[in-house]
Design a protein around this ligand. Sequence first.
Ligand code: SF4
Ligand code: SF4
Length: 427
Amino acid sequence: MTTSPENGTPLGVLAAAYESTLDCVHCGLCLTACPTYRETGRETSSPRGRIYLMRGVAEGRIPLGETIVEEAALCLGCRACETACPAGVPYGALLEETRAAVADADLRTGIAARIERSALADLVPHPRRLHWAVNLLAGAQRLGLDRLVRPLMPQRLREMHALLPQIPPSSERGRLPAFTPAEGPTRGRVAVFEGCIMPEMFGRVNAATVRVLAASGFDVVVPQGQGCCGALQAHSGDATTARALASRNVAAFDPADVDAIVVNSAGCGAAMREADHVLPGEADDFARKVRDVSEVLAEAGLPRDLGRVEGTVCYDDPCHLIHAQGVSLPPRALLEAIPGLTLVAHDDPGGCCGAAGIYNLTQPEMSARILARKMDALSAVAPDFIASGNPGCLMQLSTGVAVHGLQAEVVHPVELIDRAIAARSAN
Ligand code: SF4
Ligand code: SF4
């Protein structure tokens, strides 16, 4: 039996997380970085409070019950607290451990939790099933059937339906070619990660990623057999599915064959960079090669003869890029390199937008409050473009723009680079 190194108390659930909870020195420096603390002002909804709850559960002083189930669900997993923490508490890992314990004990009930569990285990990891499900939804949206049956849905399902984005046309939902050669002299070879949601909702971003990499001198391969990264499953407490999905990608990519495994979705990149935590001893080379597309392009340099893209752009940091991967300067440097485009700062670039995977579906009220704060900061600047490198953030910011009446276009940074490349001949 594992016991507390401090007082010899036998440890129960969360025993594996216990030692890291002791790293917290209760300084409170993380509190103002935490979106849920900023909204509620409640200690239990802060990183320090949640770590205290985790420690209490491990020591058997606090039951694995309602309070911790609610707080684990209310936490966005944004990891802003990790960036703020001087003691290096690995909060993201603690949260995943806690959510796995909650899932193992089957403590999350209700229709939203059931839909989440089933979608993440039986739909998202299966590209063909996901494709047909999105086809069905696209057909229903086209014919207005979804709006027709909406009044018959239970209230919670109606709320979730209201947040569903418009499915892009089928011409934008293709898979990527297996190989795209570099334009001009070759400076390297990279493998691109396609993702699960990206081909269905942001095929245009995937296609732009390949075009920009090729125009920047990279041979681009897209390994077959790759699939969902497992991030959403890990965040929801389904460690078994997350491990299986990480394993599939480790088998699909050959790190020795490429200079980098390029990811354009911050949440996926963070999970893939940490694949060696999920698969100890099996994924070290894979994890070392994972890079965000902005890092690869900023290091290589963009083509010199970029065309103009006129306007102002606000860059909004995806949490899993700035806090989980420590990447904040490369996307800004790339946007600044585009002729005609002016990068303007807003007041809350590193604050979560409230997307956090499927948090906007599972915690709609808190998500909307957090999004409102973000939109206030963006409204004050009123940019022509809002750029962010994560599908969840792109969808959430698009909702924010529509609901709060901004005139900005929400884009991935590679889309603006792609437009500047396409505009070359106009120079
Ligand atoms: S992950 Fe984000 S929401 Fe959760 S405790 Fe840390 S800062 Fe707060
Ligand atoms: S900043 Fe780190 S050490 Fe300080 S209270 Fe937050 S988690 Fe604990």
